[in-house]
Ligand binder design. Structure first.
Ligand code: PGA
Length: 256
């Protein structure tokens, strides 16, 4: 049986100045900087990336961005490209977060372009999918997730598939304190795993990490992380303080 290394990724969203981010990273590094059993990723806003990257140098903590443009360079005011992220030692990038889809007009097609560009530049995408409350209540969850997964991953070869991490984030659970039940989460995670098997074949699909995101915190993490297809978490609110983030990393290490 394949064992997948769990990932705990902190999505700071539009929080923390560069200096505040450095302070947070220092605390995280002091507590879990040598953790080798869990892939720990922090995703500050663009302005904090470089300083955070320096603060985590020499540790096992990895650096992720929250978005990027699919082109490498050009007349795209306000945007940042994959080579720019790579140049400051970014290793991961969150793509297609529901807030990007909802507030910034991202579609399955734009997310797909970004994902292919990230892979081309050796960045590891944390590719977000998930249904809204209305979609869940109308019974459309699996259909919505299927469309997002299939369109978002179009053109990805099976050799590249294991570099992709999928994050299942039910929109109704983001920042709301409403967490999906473990059964609700595992059901969708297993469904996503099945889609990945169809797209990439069993061996590659078994290597893909599928994270849960949506009000994950130390109190609910152990049960979620114990599920067969839940390979870690994409954490918003609880990633903004070292103590809760570190507890989540420890919970993932214990759930191995
Ligand atoms: P949350 O956010 O943990 O605050 O619900 C997760 C996310 O939006 O990635």
């Amino acid at each position: 049986m394949i064992t997948r290394k769990k990932i705990i990724a902190g999505n700071w969203k539009m929080n923390k100045t560069s200096a505040d981010g450095v302070a947070l990273v220092r605390d995280i590094v002091a507590a879990v900087g040598k953790q080798a059993d869990v892939e720990v990723v922090v995703c500050p806003p663009f302005t904090g990336l470089e300083a955070a990257g320096k603060a985590l140098e020499g540790s096992n903590v990895r650096l992720g961005a929250q978005n990027m443009h699919h082109e490498a360079a050009g007349a795209f005011t306000g945007e940042v490209s994959a080579p720019m992220l790579r140049a400051i030692f970014t290793t991961h990038v969150i793509l297609g977060h529901s807030e990007r889809r909802l507030y910034f007009g991202e579609t399955d097609e734009t997310v797909n372009r970004k994902l292919l560009a990230a892979l081309k530049n050796q960045l590891r995408p944390i590719f977000c999918v998930g249904e809204t409350l209305a979609e869940r209540e109308s019974g459309a969850t699996l259909k919505v997730v299927q469309t997002q997964v299939e369109r978002g991953l179009e053109g990805v070869g099976k050799d590249h598939a294991p570099s992709v991490t999928v994050a299942y984030e039910p929109v109704w659970a983001l920042g709301t304190g409403k967490v999906a039940t473990t059964e609700q989460a595992q059901e969708v995670h297993a469904f996503i795993r099945g889609l990945l098997v169809k797209l990439f074949g069993e061996p590659a699909a078994q290597k893909v990490r599928i994270l849960y995101g949506g009000s994950m915190k130390p109190s609910n993490a152990p049960e979620l992380l114990a599920q067969k297809d839940i390979d870690g978490g994409l954490i918003g609110g609880a990633a903004l303080e070292a103590r809760s983030f570190v507890e989540l990393v420890n919970a993932a290490a214990a759930a191995r």
